[in-house]
Design a protein around this ligand. Structure first.
Ligand SMILES: Cc1ncc(COP(=O)(O)O)c(C=O)c1O
Length: 402
């Protein structure tokens, strides 16, 4: 839809939004009509450099032509079936993902949080089925973010934060451990523990990169105590960090992984992948979803994953990300630059994150701010070193202006 098609002004669209929508987001102050590659276009033709990528979603660029063609073709053919008939996009995507990642089975969901729900449910049921009714407890990291539905929210290690505050009791069965402190994890393992849930990089929690020793140590604890290693790859997956999946940086192989965001190229799809043995945990009717595995989303994801793998976007993210982090570190008021590939956090020296983000938007650069003093950038992986130079120059001006 474009303003000219609906006969409205940009201000009228903003007014309608503010009047009728429950607003939980701080909006960028423009109406976005179109996006292409790593640019967003406002109704008045202004072009914005996209360094937030729909929050780590548009990994192959906004509206990649192959993804657009796949959606257009599929949507005109078959839009929704539920999971009763066999469908071509589901089967082809399943083969492509499982083969690429070395897992046996996939289960489709609609979003990141739902994929984590599936992963948590699978781990809990596996524990209870095999070891008794109390074997469902999961260790997760303090500072983690796993989503906003009750299971994933409870797994999120940010107790008392706005995410959880005044939403009533959380799902029980999670213990929050100090991320990076192996001894704290080991101390919290009990006879009722079934799994350890990690984020290969804590993204929303401030772009916190764990050490290889720590993640390998957790994998070692899983082996020693017979626990499952669960990896939330929703933000780190699909080439974002310079590897296809984030866990690859640590030479570990999780038992179950969850994914969403980058797999769909902008269409809402998530999934879990696991082994044949664990997959048997879900029998007929024991888990399900109306839209999970939607054929249009699967067709989009099939195209998106194909592009990301064929064009080796992991290597691109690694090379461009290393360069970008190098130049960001030279900006004023920067305490630290953290990240891997093109999942990048700039820790500023004061609580100026939101102001710097706003000053960047005025200069046509889109980023996100997390916490009070971090600028997080997760651009499409199509960005070049030249665009990183441009983004860093704009950010430098933005920092100086606040
Ligand atoms: C690591 C991680 N897990 C889970 C989620 C939730 O995904 P969704 O917003 O698709 O439910 C996010 C979203 O930012 C995320 O970064």
């Amino acid at each position: 839809m474009q303003l000219k098609d609906v006969g409205k002004t940009a201000q009228q669209i903003k007014d309608l939004t503010n009047k009728y929508m429950i607003e939980t987001y701080k909006r960028f102050d423009f109406v976005c009509e179109k996006a292409e590659g790593h640019y967003l276009y406002a109704d008045n033709g202004d072009r914005y450099l996209d360094f937030y990528g729909g929050v780590a979603v548009n990994n192959a660029g906004n509206c990649h032509p192959k993804v657009v063609a796949a959606v257009q073709e599929q949507v005109a053919q078959l839009m929704h079936t539920f999971n009763y008939p066999y469908t071509i996009p589901q089967a082809l995507l399943a083969e492509r993902v499982c083969t690429a990642l070395g897992y046996d089975k996939i289960f489709y969901q609609n979003s990141g949080t739902e994929s984590n729900e599936a992963m948590i449910k699978l781990a809990r049921k596996y524990g209870i089925d095999n070891f008794g009714p109390n074997k469902y407890h999961i260790l997760t990291g303090k500072g983690s973010f796993h989503g906003r539905t009750y299971g994933s929210l409870a797994a999120t290690g940010q107790v008392g934060n706005v995410l959880q505050k005044n939403f009533g009791p959380m799902l029980e069965g999670f213990t929050y451990c100090e991320y990076g402190n192996l001894a704290d994890y080991e101390k919290n393992i009990t006879k009722d523990t079934i799994a350890i849930l990690i984020e290969p990089i804590q993204a929303e929690g401030g772009v916190i990169v764990p050490t290889k020793e720590f993640i390998q140590g957790l994998a070692g604890l899983c082996k020693k105590h017979g626990l499952l290693l669960l990896s939330d790859e929703i933000q780190t997956g699909w080439c974002r960090t310079g590897k296809v999946m984030g866990y690859e940086h640590y030479d570990v192989k999780p038992d179950i992984i969850s994914m969403a965001k980058g797999i769909g190229g902008g269409m809402p799809i998530g999934a879990i992948c696991t082994t044949n043995e664990l997959a048997k945990t879900f029998g007929l009717g024991e888990h399900g979803t109306t839209y999970g595995g939607n054929v249009v989303c699967c067709a989009a994801a099939y195209a998106q994953v194909g592009v990301l793998l064929e064009e080796n976007f992991a290597a691109k993210a690694q090379e461009v990300g290393d360069y970008f982090m190098g130049i960001l570190a030279k900006m004023p008021r920067v305490k630290e630059v953290r990240g891997k590939g093109l999942l990048v956090g700039v820790q500023l020296d004061a609580d100026i994150g939101a102001a710097v983000k706003e000053a960047g938007i005025k200069r046509k650069l889109l980023t996100t701010s997390i916490g009070t003093s971090i600028i997080r950038m997760v651009p499409p992986l199509t960005v070049t070193k030249a665009e990183c130079d441009e983004a860093a120059a704009i950010l430098t001006e933005a920092i100086k202006s606040v």
